[in-house]
Design a protein around this ligand. Sequence first.
Ligand code: R1P
Ligand code: URA
Length: 239
Amino acid sequence: MSPLHVRAKTGEVAPFVLLPGDPGRAEYIAETFLEDVTTYNTYRSLLGFTGRYKGLPVSVQTTGMGCPSASIVAEELVQLGARVLVRVGTSGAVDPALSAADLLVVQGAVPLDGTTRQYLENRPYAPIPSWPVLKALERAAAASGEPYHVGLIATEDAFYATNPENARAWHRFGVMAFEMEAAALFLVAKMRGVHAGALLTVSNQIGDTEFVEESLLQQGVHRMIATALEGLVLLEGEV
Ligand SMILES: O=P(O)(O)O[C@H]1O[C@H](CO)[C@@H](O)[C@H]1O
Ligand SMILES: O=c1cc[nH]c(=O)[nH]1
C-alpha cells in the first residue's frame, strides 16, 4: 500500500532524495542531472522522480511550500525507505554578506514555523542537519572552487509577514536568510532516525518585491543542485 500523498511503492524511492519546494525544479533536476528517470508520483503536483547520478540511485521529490507540506512528504519518504533527505531551496537573504544567487550551506534552522511547534509540543529545540550530511555538503561546496556561505537560517510560515525590520532583528542573532521548510525536515529526520541537510540559493533580499533576475537565479539553482548531488556521492557508503 502506498502512503497517502507520495503515492509510490516500496523500492520506487531511492535512499538518497533531493527535496525542492517547486515541482518545476524537480523536473529540471530529473531532466538535467539524472539518467534512467522514472516518475513515481504526480499526486497533488508533488512530483517525484527516481534516476541515477554518476551511477548512484537518487530520487527528487517536490515538498511544496511550507513545513506542513514538507513534513508530510518527509514522513512518507521515510516510510518508503528514504535514508538521506537534502533540501535544495531558495531563500530570502537578510545578511548583507549574501548576494543574489549565492550558495548557502545550512548549519541550523531557527524554527519560526507552526509544524515543528506541534511536533515538539512547544518545547524549545534546535533543528540542525545531520553531521555527515552537513560535512558532505560543505566538502562538495568547497570542491566546486566557487564561494559559498555556511550558516544559520530561519524557517518561517508566513512569507509576507517577514519584512526587513523583523528580519534584521533575527539577523542580530546570526540568522542569514529565511525559507519555509528546513526546520521541519531536520526535525522529522531526527525523529525518524534518518539524515537530513539543506542547501539554499538566494532568490531575493527580504522585502524585495521581485525575485532575482531569472537567468541569474537559475545559475544559482543549477550550482546548488550540482553541489547537492556531489554531496550525495560523497555520502555513499558513509550513512
Ligand atoms: O524555492 P523553494 O524550495 O520552494 O523554497 C522557498 O520558496 C518558497 C517561497 O517562495 C518557499 O517554499 C521557500 O522555502
Ligand atoms: O521564505 C522565503 C523564501 C524565499 N524568499 C523569502 O523572502 N522568503
